[in-house]
Design a protein around this ligand. Structure first.
Ligand code: ADP
Length: 487
């Protein structure tokens, strides 16, 4: 893609980089968020708030947009998934095409070159079915759901680049996403993939990008957030919605969790013509997402790839009886002394506990990384990157921060605080998710739970019953036993 300059909202790479760091500081509206980005409040137990956050049943708040962005930033490759793709065709009698190679898609040679240049050898599981549908003539609508990291962004980026008629100097493909950071991430994918397509141009409809009212955009692809896109279509008339022939709505689940975005998306959708191809993507698919998807995508084909189940089969689970946090800390240090631990992840309930533990582990001479809620997404990504590269062997984290992060080489997971819901019961789902980080890909893993009260012992019992797996007591006074367990 070639950049346009002057008044154009297209941003150079340098500026994009600048925006990623500066915009959060100056544009993140809303008083509290601004203070979060500007003045980190280390050790504060109060949960952060932002418009994208949802409450979980355990009382934690999860910022879906941040989580999604973090995943995008840190992800380097496709997520492994051996499940079959489920395809529901609008017209079951029409043949179902799937491709095993990018050549079969008959892409423009310069686009194919861009795809290979990104290191993509063959379509991912979801792409095998989604790409032929997205590129079909006459156009077909699509709703696609699969977990983060399975190749959705790459798929619709390719579809948009392929769809563009470069002879036409107006916006033809419109992609809306929940936040401008996500817009920039997608823009980077399109820029990379379209590297050898010099006539395709792209613009960002995100706040801060301004043009004179009435100026018509010449860029064929526009990526933006619903509010700005709506303004550009109505108030400023930069985009003629009637000329849009491909509409992509990404991160539908995050979109509808964000105040106002749902209605803005529907308003944008209403301005498009009936012939416009509608594509909607989501990592999850609750009823609310489904209801929204049905409103935005008429007569859809549906593609779903179920998340691969996490399993406890290769994980040895233990608990250690302790009195209070100092005792838990000692147990942790003893464990470290005995086990040959490649990398460990330690989960705490609060930021305060995580920061206390980190400080003490560092005092003991451990190299520790701390992932904490008050950090910006970029800071978190940097911490995860260092940990992944083995610069730190221990990652201390609160639950909220760590959700969705894949680090493959974890050999020990420690629940310094056990996962529980708001009613004080075992949070089995979180437990599985936490300890599922160890014992992956045929490797053996260890999970150690710190039990410091009768209540936490009850939680261990509930977890044992739920998964029908024994959690063995670990005798910290018998170090030989611990070493034996490793073998
Ligand atoms: P999603 O949008 O589902 O989160 P992405 O499209 O961002 O997934 O892809 C996840 C990661 O996999 C990215 O690093 C991307 O570059 C890579 N990727 C996507 N498609 C392919 C492919 N066909 N072959 C190899 N890597 C791919």
């Amino acid at each position: 893609c070639r950049r346009t300059r002057g008044q154009s909202p297209w941003m150079s790479k340098k500026r994009v980089h600048l925006y990623r760091w500066i915009l959060p500081l100056c544009c993140h509206g809303g008083g509290f968020l601004t203070s979060v980005w500007l003045f980190p409040n280390v050790g504060n137990q109060a949960p952060e708030t932002s418009e994208n956050e949802v409450w979980r049943k355990d009382g934690d708040k999860v910022d879906l947009a941040e989580q999604s962005l973090l995943n995008k930033i840190i992800r380097r490759s496709l997520v492994r998934n051996r499940n079959q793709v489920e395809v529901l065709q609008r017209d079951p009698s029409s043949p179902l095409y799937s491709v095993k190679t990018f050549e079969e898609l008959r892409l423009k040679p310069e686009l194919l070159k861009g795809v290979y240049n990104m290191g993509f050898n063959r379509p991912s599981r979801i792409q095998e079915n989604a790409l032929p549908m997205m590129l079909a003539q006459p156009p077909q609508n699509l709703i696609a759901q699969s977990q983060s990291g399975t190749g959705k962004t790459a798929a619709f980026s390719l579809a948009m680049l392929s769809h563009v008629n470069t002879a036409n100097k107006w916006t033809q493909c419109l992609c809306i996403v929940p936040t401008y950071e996500l817009a920039l991430q997608i823009g980077q994918v399109i820029e990379q993939m379209g590297k050898f397509c010099p006539d395709v141009k792209m613009a960002y409809a995100i706040r801060g990008n301004r043009m004179e009212r009435g100026t018509k955009l010449q860029e064929q692809i526009v990526i933006g957030t619903p509010g700005t896109v709506l303004d550009w279509c109505t108030k400023y008339r930069h985009i003629d919605p009637k000329k849009i022939s491909m509409f992509v709505l990404d991160e539908a689940d995050v979109m509808i969790a964000t105040q106002g975005h749902r209605d803005q998306s529907i308003r944008i959708h209403r301005m498009l013509t009936k012939d416009c191809q509608m594509l909607l993507f989501s990592a999850t698919f609750e009823d609310s997402v489904w209801r929204f998807a049905e409103q935005v995508v008429p007569d859809p084909n549906i593609i779903r790839l179920k998340r691969e189940e996490e399993t406890l089969d290769t994980i040895k689970q233990f608990y250690v009886l302790c009195k209070e946090k100092e005792d838990k800390f000692t147990a942790l240090c003893d464990l470290y002394g005995c086990l040959t631990i490649a990398q460990a992840m330690i989960f705490c309930h609060t930021r305060k506990m995580a920061s206390w533990l980190t400080t003490n582990l560092i005092k003991e001479g451990h190299q520790v990384a701390l992932l904490s809620g008050e950090m910006t997404v970029e800071q978190r990504a940097a911490v995860i990157e260092r940990y992944r590269n083995g610069k730190e062997k221990v990652l201390v984290t609160t639950n909220v921060c760590s959700r969705g992060i894949d680090v493959e080489q974890v050999s020990l997971v420690v629940n310094f605080d056990l996962p529980m819901d708001m009613d004080g019961n075992a949070d089995n789902e979180t437990y599985l998710h936490r300890i599922g980080r160890t014992g992956r890909f045929g490797k053996r893993g260890f999970a150690v739970n710190m039990v410091d009260s009768k209540h936490s012992m009850d939680i261990i019992n509930q977890i044992e019953m739920h998964f029908n797996r024994r959690i063995k007591k670990l005798d910290m006074s018998n170090l030989d036993e611990i070493e034996f367990l490793q073998s």
